[in-house]
Design a protein around this ligand. Sequence first.
Ligand SMILES: NC(=O)c1ccc[n+]([C@@H]2O[C@H](COP(=O)([O-])OP(=O)(O)OC[C@H]3O[C@@H](n4cnc5c(N)ncnc54)[C@H](OP(=O)(O)O)[C@@H]3O)[C@@H](O)[C@H]2O)c1
Length: 269
Amino acid sequence: MDLTTCRIGIIGSGNMGKAIIKGLQSTGQKPTITAWDALDKNQKLLKEELGVSVPQNNRELVTDSDIIILAVKPQVIDPVMTEIATALTETKLLISIAAGVPCRRLENALSTPVPTVRVMPNTPALINRGISAIAAGTHAGAQHLETTRNIFTCLGETALVPESAMDMVTAVSGSGPAYVFLVIEALLDAAVGLGLARDLARKLIIETVLGSTELLKESGKHPMELKDMVTSPGGTTIAGLAELEKNGLRHAFNEALKSACRRSEELGR
Ligand SMILES: NC(=O)c1ccc[n+]([C@@H]2O[C@H](COP(=O)([O-])OP(=O)(O)OC[C@H]3O[C@@H](n4cnc5c(N)ncnc54)[C@H](OP(=O)(O)O)[C@@H]3O)[C@@H](O)[C@H]2O)c1
C-alpha cells in the first residue's frame, strides 16, 4: 500500500500510539491518520495538538481505514477485537504492537482471513531512535510486511523476524531500554558515591554510553575486542570488570532475559 494515499487508523493513543502518529507526521509521505483513545485527555490532545481526526468509536475508525494499528495494552486486546471484528475485511491490514499477543489470537477473533502483522517497537521510538521487530501472521504477505516496514521506519530501525522469535525480541529490545536505564542509574549513583557532582556524573555517563554504542555500531567489532582496548594489564578497568564479574552481572542478565521472555509467553496465552 502506498502510504501517501492510504488511511491509517490508530486504536490507543498512549505513549506508543502518539509516537507512531508523530513519526508518521514527520515523514514526507503524509498518510491520512485517524485515531481513537478511551481517555478524554488523549482525545483532546489528538484533535488539538496532533491535528488528527477522531471518529465516534473504534468500529467507525476501522471502517474508514486501510491500515489499522492496535496500540492498546495487551489486556484490552480481546474486547477491542470483539468491537472491531466485523468491520475488518481481507483488503485491510491489521497491525498489532501489543506485547505478547500472537497474530493467531487476533486471527481467531475474525471470521475472514485478514492480513495481520505483529510489531514490537521500543520507547526510543519517541525520538525516532527505536528498533521495531516485525513478524507476519498467517495471511500477511511480502507486501504487507513492506507496508509495515515503511510505517515503522519513521520510528527508527526495523528488523523482520519470524513470529516464533517475538517473545525473545520482546525480552531483548522491547524491555531493553529499562535495563539500560537501570544500569545508567546504578552507574550514576555509584559515581555520586565516589564524590562526583550528579550533573557532571550524568553528562559523563550519557556520553560514555552514547559514544560506546556508536563505536560498537560503526566499527562492526566484537564488544570483547573494544573492551580489551580499554583494559590495560593491572589497570583500573580490569579491577572494575573483575568486581562486575564477581557480583554476577552476566548471570543477572541471563536470568533477566529468560524471565522477561517467559512473561511474554504467559501474556500471549
Ligand atoms: N511502552 C513500551 O515500551 C512498549 C514497547 C513495545 C510495545 N508496547 C505495546 O504498545 C501498546 C501500548 O503501550 P503504551 O505504553 O502506549 O500504553 P498506554 O500509554 O497505556 O496507551 C494505551 C492507551 O489506550 C487507551 N485505551 C484503553 N482501552 C482502549 C480502547 N478500548 N480503545 C482505544 N483506546 C483504549 C488507554 O486508555 P486508558 O489509560 O484509559 O486505559 C491508553 O490511553 C501495549 O500493548 C504495549 O504492550 C509498548
